[in-house]
Design a protein around this ligand. Structure first.
Ligand code: MAN
Length: 386
């Protein structure tokens, strides 16, 4: 299913540009300040690069990988979205039973109770399902560009009654010697945040749901602050409030409290309808740098950054007025769900930030950014301590 919402951007991105300078241009009086140097090889992974998890399914989209280093390699934990090959006149999609069995549901596409206006969601008679079922797949690389599934590696599948519509958008945080996976759990019960952990990427401890519905976009800090664990998360409160980034603290990564709201969506801005944290906050001399996504009500997803106080991370010191990265390349503007750049995984090497991201909810891409340039681009938040 292709969607070409193409905002009439007069400016076209030099894909895989070799220049380091920020792209500065203006469109209808709007200043664009895209700081990302996209990989010339983008997209680095497409749906046809991976085999379906079971025969009879097709890999429809690759999205939003978690990223980590392990065993001297760079690893992606890619979200793989699958569905059965579609036949004319029918709309079919997979779900899991609570004990992990795959079931295919099917509707007649002309049924008046069916609403297919969002390619990600099927609404039938007021009940919502997802058009695809997502699981997580491990891919390894020596050079950060060419990723392969290691022999014998097993996909991470949804499991139990809170993951019957799949698992999505996993962040990976390394704390001490363990890796913590925070990911979106989807089921007819709602959308929440699950936690699994591992030390060797073979044996996993499942810790269940740590943030109840509706919640997603959970990024753990990789260090304790004042002896406590911290997490950014994104509850939704559409009737009063919105889709905002919150901070919580915990003694054990399982029980979370002292919730504080850090960042609202901003009317009239690039992040006017929703905001959500990306991967683990990055320690810098100026504070914790958090790359986050923001979207408009037209669902145009861009990236920006927040700077949080190093000792009191509930204090927001600075924030992006304009996106640091926005859908400009053709593979970001057009796809299963176009106009989307979404990241939840990166690597830091000195000043160099390498982000891996889902483009147009279809393919996996990479880009380099300078941490110093991102910091220099932020606007101080009035009243925040210096
Ligand atoms: C959702 C996210 C992502 C997805 C975007 C854009 O909010 O959870 O899974 O990439 O929408 O569709």
């Amino acid at each position: 299913m292709h969607r070409h919402r193409g905002l009439p951007l007069a400016y076209d991105c030099p894909i895989g540009s070799s220049r380091n300078d920020p792209i500065l241009s203006s469109y209808e009086g709007r200043i664009m300040n895209d700081l990302a140097k996209r990989f010339a090889e983008n997209p680095i992974l497409r749906p046809l690069d991976l085999r379906p998890s079971v025969e009879g399914m097709e890999v429809t989209c690759l999205l939003n990988p978690g990223v980590f280093r392990f065993d001297d390699k760079t690893w992606l934990l890619v979200r793989v979205a699958e569905r059965p090959a579609q036949v004319p006149g029918k709309t079919s999609f997979p779900i899991l039973s609570p004990d992990g069995k795959l079931e295919i549901l099917e509707f007649n596409s002309d049924d008046p109770r069916l609403d297919l206006s969002d390619p990600r969601v099927i609404s039938f008679d007021g009940k919502d399902y997802l058009t695809t079922l997502s699981h997580l797949r491990l891919l390894a690389s020596e050079d950060g560009l060419t990723f392969r599934e290691p022999e014998g590696s097993r996909p991470l599948m949804g499991c139990g009654e809170l993951e019957t519509y799949g698992i999505e958008d996993c962040r990976v945080a390394k704390i001490d010697e363990a890796y913590y996976l925070t990911y979106t759990q989807v089921s007819s019960n709602g959308v929440g945040v699950g936690l699994r952990s591992t030390r060797n990427w073979k044996d996993f401890v499942q810790s269940g749901m740590i943030f109840a519905p509706h919640n997603k976009d959970c990024a753990l800090f990789e260090e304790r602050i004042g002896g406590k664990y911290y997490a950014l998360h994104r509850p939704s409160s559409p009737e009063l409030g919105g889709n905002y980034i919150w901070l919580a603290e915990s003694p054990d990564l399982i029980h979370w409290g002292n919730h504080r709201c850090l960042a609202h969506s901003r009317e009239g801005h690039w992040d006017s309808a929703r905001v959500g944290a990306g991967a683990a906050p990055i320690r810098t001399a100026e504070g914790w740098l958090e790359i986050y996504h923001g979207a408009t009500k037209e669902n145009r997803y861009c990236l920006g950054a927040l700077l949080l106080d190093i000792d009191e991370p509930w204090r927001v010191l600075a924030r992006s007025e304009t996106p640091i990265m926005e859908p400009l390349a053709i593979y970001e503007k057009e796809g299963f769900f176009g106009q989307v750049i979404f990241t939840n995984g990166h690597l830091v090497d000195g000043d160099r930030l390498t982000i891996y991201y889902g483009a147009a909810d279809s393919v996996i891409c990479g880009a380099h950014l300078s941490i110093e340039s991102i910091l220099a681009s932020l606007a101080p938040v009035p009243g925040a301590k210096p």
